[in-house]
Design a protein around this ligand. Structure first.
Ligand code: PEP
Ligand code: MN
Length: 264
């Protein structure tokens, strides 16, 4: 069902208020790895509004490699995130980690994110097949393109056709970067499926200085959108600060992304 053979017309998702994801426009989504506080959100939301970015990422349920790391503010954080975003015309993309969260999160999110560690959580995918909100599925840490498409098939066949695919880097033998951003996946996915494809250069390379070039390369490879991490003070971020852009870097990236997209 997610194949171009089944549907030729590209899927374009309309999140409302003029926010779209899919062919015909470049979707930029930015925000912190983790939602931390009202003050933090205030700052980043102002930055997004100033740069005309209408979709904000931010995790409240964080899948952390160590149980001792910050694991997110949970539902209280999400409710505040939602309230502040609504007041500013911003849409929300945030990670759902388990089936029981789908219902409680539903009214407070615009896009459910399935993280790389949950790409093959088939119960979660089944549950998301039953909701009427868009779902962004990240590629598994060691997942193939075919496996990503199969995960999307779970949600689509369950009745939810509002899907976005995200290349966020895979684990390879390379240790010079956090993950290996597989830009090969972009044209391949665009050819194989009618779904929007976005690139996450932050997790893809994991090093702040290289986020910009990889993001621009993602757009040139054909991505419909870029999702990246930004924070007023990356060095103080509760998670993933090493790959998070400050506002000066983020504003430059947004400007360059739009320029590069116009060249396509
Ligand atoms: C995130 O977006 O902060 C995240 C945890 O991403 P991934 O699932 O790709 O590691
Ligand atoms: Mn992160």
């Amino acid at each position: 069902l997610v194949s171009r053979k089944w549907r030729v017309r590209p899927t374009v998702l309309d999140l409302g208020d003029g926010v779209r994801i899919g062919e015909g426009s470049l979707s930029i989504s930015a925000g912190p790895c983790s939602i931390e506080s009202e003050a933090q959100m205030e700052k980043i939301m102002q930055h997004l509004v100033d740069n005309d970015v209408r979709l904000m990422r931010g995790g409240v349920f964080k899948p952390r490699s160590s149980p001792y790391s910050f694991r997110g503010l949970g539902m209280d954080g999400l409710k505040l995130f939602h309230q502040m975003a609504r007041a500013r015309g911003i849409k929300i993309v945030t990670e759902v980690m388990q089936v029981s969260q789908v219902e409680e999160m539903h009214d407070y999110v615009d896009v459910f994110q399935v993280g790389a560690r949950n790409t093959q959580n088939f119960n979660l995918l089944d549950a998301l097949g039953g909701v009427d909100k868009p779902v962004m599925i990240k590629r598994g840490i060691s997942g193939t393109i075919e496996e990503l498409l199969s995960s999307a098939e779970y949600v689509f066949s369950g009745g939810n056709e509002k899907l976005i695919l995200c290349e966020r880097g895979i684990r390879t033998f390379e240790t010079a970067s956090r993950n290996t951003l597989d830009l090969n996946a972009v044209p391949i996915l665009k050819e194989k499926t009618h779904l929007p494809v976005v690139v996450d250069p932050s997790h893809g390379i994991g090093i702040r200085e290289y986020v910009m070039p990889m993001a621009l390369a993602g757009v040139m490879a054909g991505a419909d959108g870029i999702i990246y991490e930004a924070h007023e003070k990356p060095e103080e971020a509760a998670s993933d600060g090493q790959q998070t852009l400050n506002f000066t870097e983020s504003a430059r990236l947004i400007h360059n992304l739009r320029k590069v997209y116009a060249l396509r």
